[in-house]
Design a protein around this ligand. Structure first.
Ligand code: FPP
Length: 237
């Protein structure tokens, strides 16, 4: 079986998982974070190369202040744990999104962890934090306009490849698969450019219950699909 090079996941359903158990939403996010750690470690051990997860969207600021605080503190604890374990698992940790809007302490931790793991050869796990695809595209457009305005870039030189190089994901391949848990079928402003040709898998499981076997079901189904990239014969341009 061929392993897809890059898997993206929209981790949905923490809130529903918690309310089924009469727990707080924050307890649901905690269970979601624990599940992510377990799944990422297993994927790393099995030789997966890239995993990108939607941890906090630009729209998530609209949730109740207590839930936002809980998510931020969870991410901070999560990063501490990754800093501690970074040598052991050899994973490379990256972040996409506008982290300029995060608390300085959290930003410093993120920068420390990305620097600490930048030469690691294990799976690259990318957390989308304060990430929104439209925001990313607008930030890219600003950088392109600035480069064109200063004469460093000619409008005619802007093609798809050049455009991609201004996105947060400039140094990674596009995801082959995007998985969304909890039965919803929306992209919710996640990687709109990068998911143009990705296969979509919707799992009915709530995120804290989504395990490695569920992931492999998506991988098997990916292997059986015929990705044509708009062509007839399936060969990539
Ligand atoms: C959606 O569940 C999930 C999120 C808004 C955040 C995803 C965060 C995690 C899995 C936890 C932590 C991540 C890190 C990196 C520590 P929801 O609250 O929308 O669920 P619901 O739709 O059932 O209410």
């Amino acid at each position: 079986m061929t392993l897809p090079e890059h898997i993206a996941i929209i981790m949905d359903g923490n809130g529903r998982w918690a309310s089924k158990r009469f727990l707080t939403r924050s307890a649901g996010h905690k269970a979601g974070g624990d599940n992510l750690r377990k799944l990422a470690e297993r994927m790393n051990a099995e030789g997966f190369k890239y995993l990108t997860v939607y941890a906090f969207s630009t729209e998530n600021w609209n949730r109740p202040a207590e839930e936002v605080r809980g998510l931020m503190s969870l991410m901070s604890d999560y990063i501490d744990r990754y800093i501690k374990d970074s040598k052991k698992n050899n994973m490379r940790i990256c972040v996409i999104g506008d982290i300029g809007k995060l608390d300085q302490v959290l930003r410093d931790k993120i920068e420390h962890l990305t620097e600490l793991t930048k030469n690691h050869q294990g799976m690259r796990i990318t957390f989308a934090i304060n990430y929104g695809s439209r925001d990313e595209l607008v930030r890219a457009a600003r950088k392109i306009a600035a480069a064109a305005g200063s004469g460093r870039l000619k409008p005619a030189e802007i093609d798809e490849k050049r455009f991609s190089s201004y996105l947060d994901t400039y140094d990674m391949p596009d995801p082959d698969i995007v998985i969304r848990t909890s039965g919803e079928s929306r992209l919710s402003n996640f990687l709109l450019w990068q998911l143009s040709y990705s296969e979509f898998f919707i799992s009915p499981k709530l995120w804290p219950d989504f395990g490695f076997d569920d992931l492999m079901e998506a991988v098997r189904s990916f292997n059986n699909r015929d990705r044509r990239f708009g062509r007839v014969d399936g060969s990539k341009a």
